[in-house]
Design a protein around this ligand. Structure first.
Ligand code: PMP
Length: 362
């Protein structure tokens, strides 16, 4: 890694592999011998159509997306999907089941209430765990069951895909998409915004089961209409071309890393390193999350004296370890270690955590 680069633990927009940034920078003025930047290229041009088709195929290969599902390149961030999900999927029943495990799933539910009925399947008092299935209250007549696979703010992640029977499962995977393989066929709809694990803000990818497309409510805005977007192959209006291009470079990078199986192994090693440092600190550092629900991507933690927090952050910044402040609603620290964060970056963080602890425990 070049020495001027920070070791960026931001929750998003987040770190991007340096080789991807270098390639984008090399191609900035003349992409693929077109004599123009990708940003300047018409989305209706042959070269762009070829590019987006390749990128879609790369995603299909990486995730082994079955024929039954359609990939959509959308805009408006994950928030747009908070509305897009009920508008497209609530259908005749007009009801969605929501599993609440943090502020993002709660926000999605509140948006859904505008379009129909919602049922809260579970809601732990504190968002620090995934409640066991015995405590869930699933409806018998919901059009879908919604959950957020990884709650970015408090660092709570589902260890496995929940089993909800035949009801279509809908998932916000914004902060752990492509961090490990998963069985796409289990989902009615899974979506993620790009600015965490596959590039820059401005792009949201949704993977929707084809038989669920076409059930939108009559007043669904054009831009959120899955049927319209699917028919136009995500080119209904001008898509976020540059963000799509960057996502494509990241898919190439993921393939070079050995695909999602390999990335998942590295991600496990990275989070184990940091959780071990927390758990072996004799209470100097603490993770507020129940062990089996701990996120592999976002690790919130506190140190035993709140008054040391700014000193800790300043010391970290001197070593170029940045964006470690916890979410404003939570405080403490948070290390977001998406795919592009190297194992070495995590080691530097852990060494710093131990050094800081030693200076205080002297
Ligand atoms: N869902 C999750 C899990 C997130 O982490 C975030 C954002 N940080 C969002 C939704 C909202 O994303 P956006 O800002 O793209 O709307």
């Amino acid at each position: 890694m070049s020495s001027e680069r920070s070791i960026n633990f931001s929750a998003g927009p987040a770190i991007i592999p340096e080789s991807v940034l270098q390639k984008a920078s090399k191609e900035m003025l003349n992409w693929n011998n077109t004599g123009m930047s990708l940003m300047e290229l018409s989305h209706r041009s042959g070269p762009f159509k070829e590019l987006i088709a390749k990128i879609e195929q790369d995603l299909i290969d990486l995730l082994k997306i079955p024929e039954t599902h359609k990939v959509l390149f959308l805009q408006g961030g994950a928030h747009f999907m908070f509305s897009g999900v009920p508008l497209n999927l609530m259908g005749e029943n007009g009801k969605g089941d929501y599993i609440l495990t943090g502020n993002w799933s709660t926000r999605a539910m509140n948006e859904a209430k505008k379009y129909g009925k919602v049922n809260v399947v579970c809601k732990p008092d504190e968002f620090n765990k995934i409640p066991p299935k015995e405590e869930w209250n699933l409806s018998t007549d919901a059009s879908y069951v919604y959950y957020c696979d990884n709650e970015t703010v408090k660092g709570v992640e589902f260890p496995d895909i929940p089993d909800v029977g035949d009801v279509p499962l809908v998932c916000d995977m914004s902060s752990n998409f492509l961090s490990r393989p998963f069985d796409v066929s289990k989902f009615g709809c899974v979506y993620a915004c790009a600015q965490k694990n596959f590039g820059m803000a401005g792009l949201t990818i949704a993977i929707v089961r084809k038989d669920l497309i076409g059930k939108q409510l009559p007043y669904t805005p054009m831009m959120l209409d899955f049927e319209l977007q699917a028919k136009a192959n995500s080119m209904f209006n001008t898509p976020s071309t540059y963000a799509i291009y960057i996502a494509g470079l990241i898919f190439d990078w993921l393939k070079e890393q050995g695909g999602l199986e390999e990335i998942a192994k590295i991600n496990l090693k990275k989070c184990k390193l940091i959780y071990d440092a927390i758990d072996n600190s004799n209470g100097f550092y603490k993770s507020p999350v129940e062990i089996k629900s701990r996120s592999r991507m976002n690790i919130p933690f506190v140190c035993k004296n709140k008054e040391w927090e700014s000193e800790w952050l300043e010391g970290a910044a001197k070593l170029k370890l940045v964006s470690l402040k916890g979410h404003r609603s939570v405080g403490g620290f948070r290390a977001s270690i998406y795919n592009a964060m190297s194992y070495e970056g995590c080691e530097k963080l852990v060494n710093y955590m131990i050094d800081f602890m030693k200076t205080k425990e002297k």
